[in-house]
Design a protein around this ligand. Structure first.
Ligand SMILES: [Zn+2]
Length: 253
């Protein structure tokens, strides 16, 4: 059976889409091989960012996706390398779109995507994340990155499923937590008609606004980067699992 493009359903020729675009390598400090890891197990090293997905057609790859990369690189490059940035609401919208796109393509690359097909199609059609999704950005600061060692690029998608988190209402959703360079980001999406409210819990006594920034839905104010707190490797697990409770998510009244 011929594969179809995950974004536009075209049966045309598929291209290899890099889950992490090539330009990211220009922004990361240090030299040498990149190390990737994924929750399913196994790590490997490579001279380039080789995690590829053959589920994207040429038209998407060289069209809207390429334009998104070109717009986002100058916005994110400094922050990926651990530097400072200031983002307007318009910048944040573009960054949120890129983080959402990158998270769901990384999810595809792990082989078992939990993102419903409609959400891929929505992204391609509207070039912004779905209404029933959230995108948060955090600082990733493990010690080996701070030292500029070889594993200066890495990814670590993790999953969580919303089942019965809201009393009397079953919610099917996905949560993807990933890191690239000095950025950690979390994408949550769900199906159904209800709008959900997410009460972000404190982590290690730190308030949500100090450990991550909500980029989608778009905030009305500019954002200065980096945030006060960064996650190291062990604490990133706490971040990935922050929705593993039944009180954090509820229906919007
Ligand atoms: Zn396509």
């Amino acid at each position: 059976m011929a594969r179809r493009c995950i974004f536009c359903n075209s049966g045309a020729k598929m291209t290899d889409e890099h889950a992490i675009p090539d330009w990211v390598g220009d922004c990361l400090p240090g030299e040498g091989k990149f190390t990737f890891s994924r929750e399913a197990g196994g790590t490997w090293s490579s001279d380039e960012l080789t995690m590829k997905v053959a589920r994207v057609c040429k038209t998407c790859n060289e069209g809207w996706m390429s334009r998104l990369e070109v717009r986002v690189k100058p916005l994110l490059c400094e922050a990926l390398g651990g530097g400072r940035a200031e983002w307007t609401p318009r910048d944040q919208r573009r960054i949120a779109t890129w983080l959402y796109k990158t998270a769901i393509v990384m999810d595809l690359a792990t082989g078992g995507s939990r993102v419903p097909p409609e959400h891929y199609r929505f992204l391609r059609k509207n070039v912004h994340p779905p209404q029933r999704s959230r995108v948060w950005l955090a600082v990733y600061a493990p010690h080996d990155l701070a030292l500029g060692k070889t594993n200066s690029g890495g990814i670590q998608p993790m999953y969580l499923t919303f089942d019965g988190l809201v009393t009397g209402y079953r919610v099917n959703g996905y949560g993807l937590t990933a890191t690239i360079g000095h950025l950690a980001f979390q994408v949550v999406g769900y199906e159904g008609r209800e709008n959900l409210h997410f009460d972000q819990p404190p982590i290690l006594g730190v308030a949500p606004n100090d450990y991550n920034a909500e980029l989608w839905p778009v905030r009305p104010t500019s954002l200065a980067w980096p945030l006060r707190m960064g996650f190291d490797k062990p604490n990133l697990g706490l971040y990935a699992e922050r929705w593993n409770g039944t009180r954090a998510v509820r229906r919007t009244p």
